[in-house]
Design a protein around this ligand. Structure first.
Ligand code: HSE
Length: 306
C-alpha cells in the first residue's frame, strides 16, 4: 500500500460523570488525513486547513504521535501526512485526539496493521500530553475503537468497549475558546467522600444503563457533582442550555470534554433536532456565535476513506 486516506471522528469525552474515563465517538464531524511513507526518518506535515496549526512534528499532536510510533518501528524511515481538519481545535469534541489517533491508525494501516489498538492508544496519547499537559485516553480510545469506551486504567492500559443502544447526539459549540490545560488547572485536587459516592453511583448507573439499553437510567445517571460545577462557569448560559435541552426531551448531557461544547443525548432524531432548536434559541438570544451538530454514535472509529 502506497498511501492511506482515513476519516478520524470527533469524540465526546467524560460523558458527564466519567471524567477522564469515559468517551464516545461521533459520526460527524471528522478530520480527513492522507499518509504515506518517506525515506527520511522524519514526519512531514501538510496542513490543508486554515487553523494555522504547527507543521513542525514535535509541536504537532499528530506529529508527536507518529514520532512515538517511529521510535518503536526504528526502521530509519518516516511519514508524510496531509491533514484537513474539520473538527475545530479547542472545541471540546476531541480535535487533538482525532489528529493524533487518526495519524497512527492510518500509519498502522500502511504498515499492515503490525500494532495493536492498545499500542496505537499509547502512541496517540503523546498528542494529548502535548495538547493538554496530561496523557489521557478518553477521546483517543473511542476515536480508535469506535462506540463508547471505558478507560478502566491508564497504567497499565485497560480499555473496555461498551456497546450502547441507539443514541442521537446534539452538540452546540459556542465560539469561545476554552483551553483544556486551563480547564484542568481550575479543578479541585481533593473531593468530598459524599461527592465521590454520588459520582461513582452515577458512573455505575450510566454504564449499566448503556449496556441494558435503559434510557431512563442513562438519563438519571448523566449527573456530575465534581467537575461540572467548576467548569460550567467558563461556558456562557450553560445552565439555561441544559435546562432547555432537557425540556425539549433530551435524556441529559453536559460539557463535552473540557468544553466549551455542550452535548445532549436523545433516543431519536426528532428529539435531537428539537434539542438543537433549544440550543439555537438560547445562544441566539445571548448573542453568541455557535455551531451545532446532530449526529449518532460512530461504532467503527477511524475508518478508511473511499
Ligand atoms: N477528560 C479530559 C478533560 C478531556 O475533561 O480534561 C479533554 O480532552
Amino acid at each position: 500500500m502506497e498511501q492511506v486516506k482515513i476519516l478520524s471522528p470527533a469524540t465526546v469525552a467524560n460523558l458527564v460523570c466519567g471524567f477522564d474515563i469515559l468517551g464516545l465517538a461521533l459520526n460527524e464531524p471528522h478530520d480527513i488525513m492522507s499518509i504515506r511513507r518517506i525515506d527520511a526518518p522524519e514526519v512531514e506535515i501538510k496542513n490543508l486547513d486554515s487553523f494555522g496549526l504547527p507543521a513542525e512534528a514535535s509541536k504537532n499532536v499528530a506529529g508527536v504521535a507518529l514520532l512515538a510510533m517511529m521510535e518503536k518501528l526504528d526502521d530509519g524511515r518516516g511519514f508524510e501526512i496531509a491533514i484537513e481538519k474539520k473538527i475545530m481545535p479547542g472545541s471540546g469534541i476531541g480535535s487533538s485526539a482525532a489528529s493524533a489517533a487518526g495519524a497512527v491508525v492510518a500509519a498502522n494501516k500502511l504498515l499492515g496493521n503490525i500494532f495493536s489498538n492498545e499500542d496505537l492508544v499509547q502512541f496517540a496519547m503523546n498528542g494529548e500530553k502535548l495538547a493538554s499537559g496530561v496523557k489521557h485516553a478518553d477521546n483517543i480510545a473511542p476515536c480508535i475503537y469506535g462506540g463508547i469506551t471505558l478507560i478502566r486504567s491508564i497504567h497499565p492500559l485497560d480499555i473496555v468497549s461498551i456497546a450502547p443502544p441507539p443514541l442521537f447526539v446534539t452538540i452546540v459549540h459556542p465560539q469561545i475558546e476554552v483551553r483544556t490545560s486551563d480547564a484542568r488547572q481550575i479543578l479541585r485536587k481533593q473531593i468530598l467522600l459524599k461527592d465521590a459516592i454520588r459520582q461513582w453511583g452515577n458512573i455505575g448507573g450510566l454504564i449499566t444503563g448503556l449496556m441494558k439499553g435503559d434510557y431512563e437510567l442513562i438519563g438519571r445517571s448523566l449527573e456530575d457533582v465534581i467537575i461540572e460545577p467548576v467548569r460550567s462557569i467558563l461556558i456562557p448560559a450553560f445552565n439555561e442550555v441544559k435546562f432547555k435541552c432537557k425540556e425539549a426531551g433530551a435524556l441529559g448531557g453536559g460539557i463535552s470534554g473540557s468544553g466549551p461544547s455542550i452535548f445532549m443525548l436523545s433516543t431519536n432524531e426528532k428529539t435531537a433536532r428539537n434539542v438543537e432548536a433549544a440550543m439555537i434559541e438560547v445562544y441566539t438570544k445571548e448573542g453568541i456565535e455557535f455551531h451545532t451538530h446532530v449526529t449518532t454514535v460512530n461504532t467503527e472509529g477511524v475508518r478508511v476513506a473511499n
